[in-house]
Write a protein that binds this ligand. Structure first.
Ligand code: DHB
Ligand code: FE
Length: 278
């Protein structure tokens, strides 16, 4: 059976793509952010995952407001990156793992998640940036993207996203494969890009949320999405990806590494590496 080695949750901000392209990692603005990643690289070198399930939110590239699935799972041989309007350089396609995709899709439907299946799926900065941050020198590993709508209300609740994560974790563990699986979650932490509260960041809440993933993983499920938006900003709701990631990890987890840096662009940038089976 497949084994889940752990999870990595990280923020995604298009400006990071520009910094990578411009080799600005040592620039004073960027250094504290990029310095957070070498411990994650060291952990990846140690556990050597074969494939990653990536919880992410599309921002209008693959799904637009006219057709917005609540949950969508990729089943493509490869995932093409395209210009989504931020003007950041596009990356070559990412390889898929169709065996894991179809296994996940079958298991999720069996477990009463009525997902959308995508045999073609363009991926935006929410997928490309974490891949480039985690594997700066290479192409990374094959992926199965799982998209959660955080763009257009109604959004799935934290409780529902937690259950999705649990179902994905159980499905992966039932996969007849000797592969080691990493779970990645990308989005958050607190940020609001527009409106009266543009620039809103809530460090206390973010740190409490990060801690909760280790000590009390269901903590955030007590909040409605309106409450989460109030606490973390309209786009801070992307923290649902972190929650699904944690929920996919079986049993207790060990915090391998965590960083929190304010701000990157308008966003509180967090990174957390969790090892499962600890
Ligand atoms: C920013 C953050 C995001 O999560 C995003 O998707 C786009 C932009 C930002 O802070 O600039
Ligand atoms: Fe985003």
């Amino acid at each position: 059976m497949a084994k889940i080695v752990g999870g990595i949750a990280t923020s995604h901000v298009p400006a990071i793509g520009r910094a990578i392209a411009g080799r600005l990692q040592q620039d004073p603005y960027w250094k504290p952010f990029f310095d957070g990643f070498p411990p994650a690289h060291a952990w990846l070198d140690k556990v050597r995952p074969d494939v990653a399930v990536v919880f992410y939110n599309d921002h209008g590239l693959n799904f637009f407001l006219d057709k917005m699935p609540t949950f969508a799972v990729g089943a493509a041989p490869q995932y093409v990156n395209a210009d989504e309007g931020w003007g950041i350089p596009t990356l070559p396609p990412f390889a898929g793992d169709q065996d894991l995709s179809w296994h996940l899709i079958n298991e999720l439907v069996e477990r009463e998640f009525d997902i959308v299946t995508c045999q073609e799926m363009l991926v935006d900065h929410a997928v490309t940036l974490p891949m480039k941050l985690l594997w700066p020198e290479g192409d990374g590993i094959p992926i199965v993207p799982v998209c959660i709508n955080t763009v257009q209300f109604p959004l799935p609740s934290a409780r529902r996203c937690y259950k999705l994560g649990e179902a994905v974790g159980a499905a992966v563990e039932a996969w007849q494969s000797d592969k080691k699986v990493l779970v990645i979650g990308t989005g958050g932490l607190s940020h609001q890009l527009d409106g009266e509260r543009a620039g809103f960041i809530n460090k206390d809440f973010d740190l409490a949320f990060m801690e909760s993933l280790i000590a009390d993983p269901k903590w955030a499920t007590q909040f409605s999405n309106e409450e989460l938006v109030e606490k973390s900003g309209t786009q801070g709701i992307e923290l649902l990806m972190w929650l699904a990631t944690r929920a996919a990890l079986p049993g207790a987890v060990r915090k391998v590494h965590a960083t929190y840096h304010i701000p990157i662009s308008n966003t509180a940038a967090g990174l957390m590496v969790m090892e499962s089976g600890s």
